[in-house]
Structures are given as structure tokens and as C-alpha cells.
Design a protein around this ligand. Structure first.
Ligand code: ADE
Ligand code: ZN
Length: 321
């Protein structure tokens, strides 16, 4: 089985319905029954309903040990698919919603990474994210929290949330603060907004990678620029199909990005919501886009060489491919 690496997954969005129910019960938390379908899977029909369902499920992660468990459970699943490295987005805003401190949130995730390394040999690092629709002030507050509380596993800063809200310029202070403090950054762009959102992010923010970026396919000049500048794209085909951006994996432009010479990676985004996993992404991409084993290995190399972790770890992981 090809070794895999993942750069784009939301930790709070990795908790399975079973784990969410378990945490809710342990914490005595009220759980809105409408977030589950009759088959037990998460219930949502469009991106905004997805975000709402995600927030309600994430609110069951209430303690440091819950964060450890969510992280460990996800990394265990990844290791079974021969994934050797995962860079996961964590959201202190979600932790704060349930009254958890940034330190507890972080310590829980770090314990999950340590336990998973010990049991499965998988490595993990954290990209702290802010939430775009919470606005610029809260984004800057998250950035200040991260820079004032350094942790060896926190290697970057990112932003998810509703891309139709606010402008990348509004988040310039937060991203530049992180960059100045030595962190690399990435931003969700060109998922629910068009190529202009990618251009605006590149102009306003010191980003090293783009989260999704898939809608660059609608702008040939931008596609060429992304290829020429070797800007890594955190592509998530299964997620894009699940949220209705493309009708099917066959209609997803993944192959066109590869053929244009872009630096592509394969990612699961929010696996239980989108009925996927990093292993599924590799398997489906091989089948549908006609990727060889060499292509898949190159995708893992792309991910590892674009990772935000330190060079020593990067070299060690690359030597395992
Ligand atoms: N937060 C969690 N998943 C997301 C996605 N696919 N896009 C934007 N924000 C998110
Ligand atoms: Zn995402």
C-alpha cells in the first residue's frame, strides 16, 4: 500500500457520529438529534447546514481528554491506511465555545499525537485555524493566542469557514502576525468562491499553500501562475463532490491540475461528513484519474515537501516513501 500524507483535515470534523454520541453521553451534553440521519450518519444538505451540523457535533468535544481521543482515533484510522503524516487544523474558537482553554485544547491534541505515534508510528502536527465568518477581530485574537503560547507541535496558521464573508484584506493583520512570528500559513480559498478569492488571498495574505484552490480551474492565467510559483494546493475531491461543487469525482478537475503542472495533494477535509478518508481519496483518485503508483507516491512527496513541520522531520518522512 502506498504511503500517504495529509495536509488538510479539520480535527473537530474527524469525530465520527459514534464518537460524537459517546462524548455527548460522557459529558452529559444535550445533542440535537437533527444532526443525525436515520442511518446514524451526519445530516446536512448544503454547505451552510454542514457548518451548522459540524458546530453542533464539535460542541461535544468538551475536555482535554476528548481532544486526545478525537486525535488518537483519527490518527489510528489514518495509520491503518498507511498514512505516515497528518497536518491537522485545530480550532481554539470551537474549544472556547464549550469553555475550554487554549492550553487544554492543545495539550489534549498533543497527547493524542504522542499516543498515536507510540502505537502506530504515525506523525502529526497542528495548524491552528481561525473561522472566517467570526470576523477579523476574533482571527487576530487567535493569532495572538498562538504566538503568545508557543507549542512544538503547532507549525502553522490557517482559516476555514464561510468564504463568502469578509475579504482576505480583513485578515491581513492576523496572518502577518503569524508570519512574522515564524509560522507558515494557508487559507481556504477557491472552494465556495471563485478564482478571484484565490487571487485576493495571494495578494493580501502571506500564504505558503492554498486550502482547496480548486476553482482556479476557471481561470487559465491563475492556473498557470499557481503551477509556475509551485504553490501547493490542498485539493479535497471527495469533499467538493459531497458539498455539491462538482456532480461526481469524474467531473472534478483534479487531473487537469496535475496536467497543468500544479503541485497537488489529496486530502479528506472532514472525513465522516463527506464519507471519505485519505485512503479513499488516494484509491478513488487512482481509479478515476488514472494515477499510477508513481503518481500516488509523488502526491505524498508533494504533501511532505509542502508540510509546515521542521526540515528534519520532513527529511525523515520523505526517506520513508
Ligand atoms: N470548516 C470545516 N470544513 C470546512 C470546509 N470544507 N470549508 C470551509 N470551512 C470548513
Ligand atoms: Zn477545509
Amino acid at each position: 500500500m502506498v504511503k500517504k500524507a495529509e495536509l488538510h483535515v479539520h480535527l473537530e470534523g474527524t469525530a465520527t457520529p459514534a464518537l460524537v454520541r459517546q462524548m455527548a453521553s460522557q459529558n452529559g451534553a444535550m445533542l440535537d438529534p437533527t444532526i443525525f440521519k436515520s442511518d446514524g450518519e451526519f445530516a446536512w444538505t448544503d454547505f451552510w447546514e454542514f457548518l451548522d451540523c459540524y458546530d453542533k457535533a464539535a460542541a461535544t468535544i468538551m475536555t482535554k481528554d476528548d481532544y486526545r481521543l478525537v486525535t488518537y482515533d483519527y490518527l489510528a484510522r489514518c495509520a491503518r491506511e498507511n498514512t505516515i503524516y497528518v497536518e491537522m487544523f485545530s480550532s481554539p474558537d470551537h474549544a472556547a465555545e464549550v469553555g475550554m482553554s487554549y492550553t487544554d485544547h492543545l495539550d489534549g491534541i498533543a497527547a493524542g499525537i504522542d499516543d498515536a505515534r507510540k502505537d502506530f508510528g504515525i506523525e502529526g502536527r497542528i495548524i491552528v485555524t481561525c473561522v472566517r465568518h467570526f470576523g477579523a477581530e476574533r482571527a487576530l485574537a487567535v493569532a495572538k493566542l498562538v504566538t503568545s503560547t508557543p507549542h512544538p507541535y503547532v507549525v502553522g496558521f490557517g482559516m476555514g469557514g464561510d468564504e463568502s464573508r469578509f475579504h482576505p484584506d480583513d485578515f491581513s493583520a492576523a496572518f502577518h502576525l503569524m508570519k512574522k512570528a515564524g509560522y507558515q500559513t494557508t487559507n481556504h480559498a477557491g472552494e465556495f468562491a471563485g478564482p478571484e478569492s484565490i487571487r485576493a488571498s495571494l495578494a493580501a495574505l502571506p500564504i505558503s499553500r492554498i486550502g482547496h484552490g480548486v476553482r482556479a480551474i476557471e481561470d487559465n492565467d491563475l492556473l498557470e501562475e499557481l503551477a509556475d510559483r509551485h504553490i501547493p494546493l490542498e485539493l479535497c475531491p471527495g469533499s467538493n463532490v459531497a458539498t455539491g461543487l462538482y456532480e461526481s469525482r469524474e467531473k472534478h478537475p483534479f487531473r487537469q491540475f496535475m496536467d497543468a503542472g500544479c503541485l497537488v495533494t489529496l486530502n479528506s477535509d472532514d472525513p465522516p461528513y463527506f464519507a471519505t478518508s485519505v485512503g479513499q481519496e488516494y484509491e478513488q483518485a487512482a481509479k478515476i484519474y488514472g494515477l499510477s503508483e508513481t503518481d500516488l507516491k509523488n502526491i505524498t512527496r508533494n504533501a511532505l515537501s509542502s508540510a509546515f513541520c521542521d526540515e528534519e522531520l520532513k527529511a525523515r518522512l520523505l526517506s520513508r516513501i
